[in-house]
Design a protein around this ligand. Sequence first.
Ligand code: SF4
Ligand SMILES: [Zn+2]
Length: 315
Amino acid sequence: MPADLEITSHWIKSKRGPKNKVDFRRPYSFYVEEEKGINGAISTVATIFLSNKECPFQCLMCDLWKNTTDEPVQAGDIPYQVKWALNRLPKAQTIKLYNSGNFFDVNAIPEEDYGAIAEMIKDFDRVIVESHPKLINTLTFKFQEMLSPTLEIAMGLETVHPGVLEKLNKKMTLGDFEKAVNILNGHNISTRAFILLKPPFLNESEGVMWAKRSIEFAFNTGVKCCVVIPTRYGNGALEHLGKLGHFCPPIISSLENVLDYGIALEAGNVFADLWDIELFSDCSKCLEKRKERLGQMNHYQYILPKIGCECQEEV
Ligand code: SF4
Ligand SMILES: [Zn+2]
């Protein structure tokens, strides 16, 4: 761990490129997919990526700021975006309202819009929103009271490596995360944890080991589902750390290794994030087969036979 490298919000922001242009009245993406639910049944899941004001945190690995605005949206914009997407999506049982930040940040999602959002999603079984553990507050329970679907909250645990977690500039301790999970469980709100595979400052085998430890920690605190995200380039800061030798993205076999481990725990659902998965392999012989295997394992939550190929040794 480089003691001389002082990672601050200012430093992270100074490495950024430009944002994408997003529209206050349009979600920047939306789609429907399938996912195994907490009860074991496969559910159709509509995900809407809402356009709104940038998150107030600046985590070292985050590139979600790219699709955010500098100014807050107006009251009414978010319900308009939700409706716009729902009118174009097939029917689904679960809805994810992901806002590149924190749902209970009033600069992102105006409180006065909660009622309209709740009304629009009343036919879903479950709604999943994102939040930083420190932004779980009375608004969380206010929103829950308005909902017909059950509420689930996705929070970034990132890593339980103490030195790396601090360097990620998330401004959160493991105690903060655990406290938030306990409070949410006490209100019958289930949680899912985002876990980074191989964040900066870890080599491949450390990256795998700490991702496994992070999954264990999450389940031990009462999280019901873990999503393993391979850390990737793209936000400027990681490119800079890459040049200094402090970051290199994981290889696909590390993701396979961690997913196998997480599913074998049988402590809750464990999913591998397959977004841009081609970034983590340069073997055209096995990539599609590996992707297919990971997708099937996400779907059914059991371990399939490994894909043999001489390109990558497992760590
Ligand atoms: S809290 Fe989440 S959205 Fe905000 S900077 Fe960190 S990772 Fe990104
Ligand atoms: Zn291969």
